[in-house]
Design a protein around this ligand. Structure first.
Ligand code: NAP
Length: 248
């Protein structure tokens, strides 16, 4: 493993689930972590406390990543308190599942705004600093739904597929400046997002997964941590599927 330089990392939606596991892993790699969240202040404070208890540095930054003004304000806040963002993990995401026949325009717009527009807003907001520093890592959370589709998730799958196209395009735009842009596409991971679907859905999903179980947030975090590291310096524009063989 290459020697680790301490960087400033922003993890959107870093207060719970996969984002929290990513924040803790990056803190363990010696980076200073900004944990973004939108409403659950208690969870964000717990995530910060866990990193501090392990000897790391973390701050919580509130803000809706789908809102331009909020993004500009939160990026400035991170820059003022820790320095320019060198590692951006676009992790914040929501679901508003429904069959397309019944899907209301708000369910489409909310998912597009939080899951896709956020990636554009946050990436654009941190790019200038990365270009100036001639080093950067942008890793975004897609989903197997964005690669293979999923009934009841046309909005979510469209946003997650959009992230893959965005990732390849931005990688081509800024690759010559030492910035890599990649995505990770998880399968069925045990978090609040999937717990909301109920035990029956989880049991049925586990039967379709080659490894026979749901994934853990830490198992997604390790792929993100790799892509954010010096070791992944020659990987860009890629989407790594982390799904326990679900899509095989
Ligand atoms: P989760 O447990 O529901 O946590 C979502 C996180 O995002 C929370 O920290 C939440 O903050 C934050 N968030 C939501 N809307 C936000 C907004 N507008 N602005 C800022 N933060 C916001 O989700 P998860 O399961 O860990 O999923 C994380 C990512 O992985 C998502 O992009 C998801 O689509 C993707 N993914 C998950 C799975 C899975 O099986 N779990 C599979 C494939 C892809 P608050 O606590 O303040 O609400």
């Amino acid at each position: 493993m290459s020697e680790i330089t301490s960087r400033v990392a922003l993890v959107t939606g870093g207060s719970r689930g996969i984002g929290r596991a990513i924040a803790e892993l990056l803190a363990g790699h010696g980076h200073q972590i900004a944990i973004n969240y939108v409403s659950n202040e208690v969870a964000a404070a717990e995530a910060v406390a866990a990193i501090e208890a392990a000897g790391g540095t973390a701050i919580a930054v509130r803000g809706d990543v789908g809102d331009q003004e909020a993004v500009d304000a939160l990026i400035k806040d991170v820059q003022d308190r820790l320095g320019p963002v060198e590692i951006l993990v676009n992790n914040a995401g929501i679901t508003r599942d429904d069959l397309l026949m019944r899907m209301r325009p708000e369910a489409w717009d909310d998912v597009m705004q939080t899951n896709l527009k956020s990636v554009y807003l946050c990436s654009r907001a941190v790019m200038r600093g990365m270009l100036r520093g001639r080093w950067g890592r942008i890793v975004s959370l897609s989903s197997v739904a964005g690669v293979y589709g999923n009934p009841g998730q046309a909005n979510y799958a469209a946003a997650k597929a959009g992230i893959i196209g965005f990732t390849m395009s931005l990688a081509k735009e800024i690759g010559s400046r030492g910035i890599t842009v990649n995505a990770v596409a998880p399968g069925f991971i045990a978090t609040d997002m999937t717990a909301a679907l109920g035990d029956d859905v989880a049991t049925a999903a586990a039967e379709k997964i080659t490894l026979g179980r749901l994934g853990l947030p830490e198992e997604v975090a390790s792929a993100v941590g790799y892509l954010a590291s010096e070791d992944a310096s020659y990987i860009t524009g890629q989407t790594i599927v982390v799904d326990g063989g679900l899509a095989l």
